[in-house]
Write a protein that binds this ligand. Structure first.
Ligand SMILES: [Zn+2]
Length: 109
């Protein structure tokens, strides 16, 4: 499962950096085009944090909008969902932003 691997990466990063801290909240920023499902992340987070210093911590997810540039007409647009379809009808577009996935902050209890 993609989401579980992401959460495990987040947990590794947090426990490595803050090995003795009790964590109360983790905030993630997820691009709308990352293909990651926020609900799945929540679910995996609860499973994966059991028995760790992050147990009981909350996960806050901020979604950042996607941004593309059409290769056919050159206009920039915000895609609907994962589908890069420009208003000119072309689906040939470069992704400018929206694929990132990062830890925005961690709150220590
Ligand atoms: Zn276009």
């Amino acid at each position: 499962m993609h989401e579980l691997a992401i959460i495990e990466g987040v947990l590794d990063a947090v426990t490595e950096r803050l090995p003795d801290a009790k964590i109360s909240c983790v905030r993630l920023e997820i691009g709308a085009l990352s293909g990651v499902v926020a609900d799945s992340l929540q679910f995996c987070f609860e499973l994966a944090t059991e028995g760790t210093s992050l147990q009981g911590a909350s996960l806050e997810i901020t979604q950042t909008p996607g941004r593309c540039r059409c290769r056919t007409c050159g206009s920039e647009f915000e895609p609907a969902g994962q589908i890069l379809l420009c208003s000119c009808g072309s689906a040939d577009a470069d992704v400018l932003s929206g694929q990132e996935l990062k830890i925005a902050s961690v709150k220590v209890a």
